[in-house]
Design a protein around this ligand. Structure first.
Ligand code: PHE
Length: 445
């Protein structure tokens, strides 16, 4: 049964939406996941495929989600119900929520480690040689909990209030500090090898799983395929421009990911680390850069603090997707919804936390070509599930809602969209579904 919509929140301006959506997009996906994926998949070749995926699939799917959200002004499940009442497509809404919970569960573990690193620098009195190793082990569970609690706290207050304000100040700060770290990294002896590794495209390194990783990384980084942009789009007023907002978010997010590459890999090579080290990559490398930096302790503390906030604006969007459902459709109070979902997420995330801390026997288990519980979770939810979700969202919008209706929704505030609409329609109706399906199928076959 659907409860009448209480008056829902709305962004105060178009900039408010762009900042919140960029806040969702920019996060550990850019700073932690992009470098680890690029490292695992051989550098330049991965980045090239990634950029193609962002332009060819990411931006189109971004417009799919925002338009569906704004047209219906509903959460992921409610939006589908509104377009196709009583249909089985509703399951797509539930898949979106489940994916959100899956990602939130391990994402908060990594974010917790970031928080711990920040604290280590502060506690050491901003010493560049702060001992970050102590940030690992049992404390991973504690910091995971703390980070999750922070997310619950923010979402309990309603998304719009906090995020708009924070993002305005912190995003530019993040860019500045990244620039400083990049400059220092490039000055390290041997850094050139890292730059070359980032820019050189070795086509022999492009395999099918490279393509899956790159495509999924595009969805992950842009927060697509699980209803986050749909939900945020639902708080967008009918006056605001979907096309330019979406394009800004994509541009900003991609720029930060590439910058993160230039921040990490020159240092990886200069210090002789293994680019394919996996999820722990940035935690091994960055502290070494800070050690070599003037005022490295302060830079380290500020940097990890900013990443923490960037991660928080992302986890908030993950939790918001699930919360919006319970509040809109089930009539729960926000408080009750976030506490219940937070508790479940903590339980689901515990094995990931113990794995990342290196104290669980399941950090050796292998499944679907991944080793370790956290990596397996990341693969299932961050790769497969987002790809499936994006595929189904395209099909739903193109074939059930009607691609014309979606186009009209976008064009209503963006007349310029009419010019590119045919390309977008063709992409969403045929190209994107076929491409995603083909890439997913090669995995099984
Ligand atoms: N885009 C976020 C990041 O890059 C992660 C995320 C994925 C957030 C999916 C919401 C939905 O960190």
């Amino acid at each position: 049964m659907s409860v009448p919509q209480p008056s829902r929140g709305q962004w105060s301006s178009q900039l408010g939406f762009i900042l919140a959506a960029a806040g969702s997009a920019v996060g550990l996906g850019n700073i932690w996941r992009f470098p680890y994926m690029a490292g695992k998949n051989g550098g330049g070749a991965f980045i090239l495929v990634y950029l193609l995926c962002v332009i060819g699939l990411g931006l189109p799917v971004m417009l799919v989600e925002i338009s569906l959200g704004r047209a219906t002004q509903k959460n992921a499940v409610g939006a589908i119900e509104a377009v196709a009442p009583g249909s089985r497509w509703k399951a797509l809404g539930y898949l979106a929520m489940l994916t959100g919970l899956g990602i939130l569960s391990y994402y908060s573990v990594i974010a917790g480690r970031v928080l711990a690193c920040c604290e280590s620098y502060v506690v050491s009195g901003f010493s560049p040689t702060a001992d970050l190793a102590s940030a690992g082990l049992g404390s991973d569970v504690v910091y995971f909990f703390v980070f999750l609690a922070l997310t619950v706290f923010v979402v309990a207050g309603g998304v719009q209030r906090g995020i708009e304000r924070w993002a305005k100040v912190l995003m530019p700060m993040l860019l500045l500090i990244m620039a400083a770290i990049i400059v220092r990294g490039l000055m390290l002896p041997g850094a050139g090898a890292g730059v070359r590794w980032l820019l050189e495209v070795d086509f022999s390194k492009i395999h099918l799983d490279t393509i899956l990783d790159a495509m999924a990384q595009a969805f992950f980084s842009l927060s697509l395929g699980m209803g986050a942009m749909l939900t945020y789009g639902s708080y967008l007023s009918k006056r605001q421009n979907i096309l330019t907002s979406g394009a800004w978010v994509v541009t900003f997010d991609t720029a930060i990911a590439i910058l993160a590459g230039f921040m990490i890999f020159p240092a990886v090579f200069a210090f002789g680390h293994d680019p394919a080290a996996g999820p722990a990559l940035i935690f091994g490398v960055l502290p070494e850069v800070f050690r070599a930096m003037f005022g490295g302790g302060v830079v380290g503390a500020v940097f990890f603090f900013l990443i923490c906030v960037a991660a928080l604006t992302s986890t908030v969007s993950l939790l918001e997707v699930i919360t919006a459902y319970f509040v809109d459709e089930r009539g729960w109070s926000r408080r009750r919804a976030v506490l219940a979902i937070g508790a479940v997420t903590f339980l689901v995330g515990l094995p990931s936390a113990l794995d990342f801390a290196g104290i669980a026997p399941w950090n050796r288990i292998a499944f679907l070509g991944q080793t370790g519980f956290l990596s397996i979770m990341d693969f299932i939810w961050g790769n497969l599930s987002l790809a499936v979700g994006s595929l189904l969202l395209c099909l739903f919008v193109a074939w059930v809602w009607g691609i014309r209706n979606a186009s009209d929704e976008i064009a209503s505030t963006s007349p310029a969209f009419r010019k590119i609409a045919p390309v977008w329609q063709f992409t969403v109706t045929w190209v994107a579904p076929a491409a995603i399906l083909a890439i997913l199928l090669t995995l099984v076959l």
